[in-house]
Design a protein around this ligand. Sequence first.
Ligand SMILES: [Ca+2]
Ligand SMILES: [Ca+2]
Ligand SMILES: [Ca+2]
Length: 235
Amino acid sequence: MRKTILSIFLVLVLFSISWAGMVIGSGVASSGSSYLVEQNFEGTGYDNSETWTETGSGTMNEDYTTTVLAGSQSLYVSASSQAPLISHTFSSTQTEVWGYFLFRPVSTIATGKEIITIKDASGNSSYTIEWVSTGKWIVRINGSGASSYTTNAMSEGTTYHCWWHVKNGNGTAVCSFGFGTTGTEVTSGDGFVSKTNGTEEDNLATVCIGWAGNATATFITDKFLCSATGTLGNQ
Ligand SMILES: [Ca+2]
Ligand SMILES: [Ca+2]
Ligand SMILES: [Ca+2]
């Protein structure tokens, strides 16, 4: 009898531990040193002790609570004939970076604009991930041109999971982007685009959200993650 009670108790303890692990592992990205960048926009300002710098003009609200994509706050970017840009410098320069973020178009971008830019230490754009006016996306390696458009297009009022990857090389530089409506990583197909034969060898120092130059657009983003060690995978 005592053995049976002990067994039941052990099963309950093991179940509790595994359940707690599942809860901790869901929702907003957990805090951890494995991310190169981990920005969830929670609390006042930007979170996880990361420095993000807003330049240009337009609305850049990192405490947005009206339509939240993850947790309790998101980043809301809106501009009309302006150029909002939100930048974060990596803790150390990199030659390869993987990224993930949530993205929700609110109003269509009037003309093609870079939404993600990865810059070198001199502030030059190395890689850009760009929305075109049809809701499709292209990627561009500085000096090496752009990919073709994604076949799939994003729609206003829908939240998308997005993955990107950049890798330096001489004739082998890579910039890719994929999006979908579920958290299953997109690495091919109609929501994926890639440029693989570029040349970019300057160490990567800064990631930016937003665009340079005038444009009209409104979007919400959240769960902005970067890794220097591998893909962010399913989310
Ligand atoms: Ca959030
Ligand atoms: Ca702000
Ligand atoms: Ca915030």
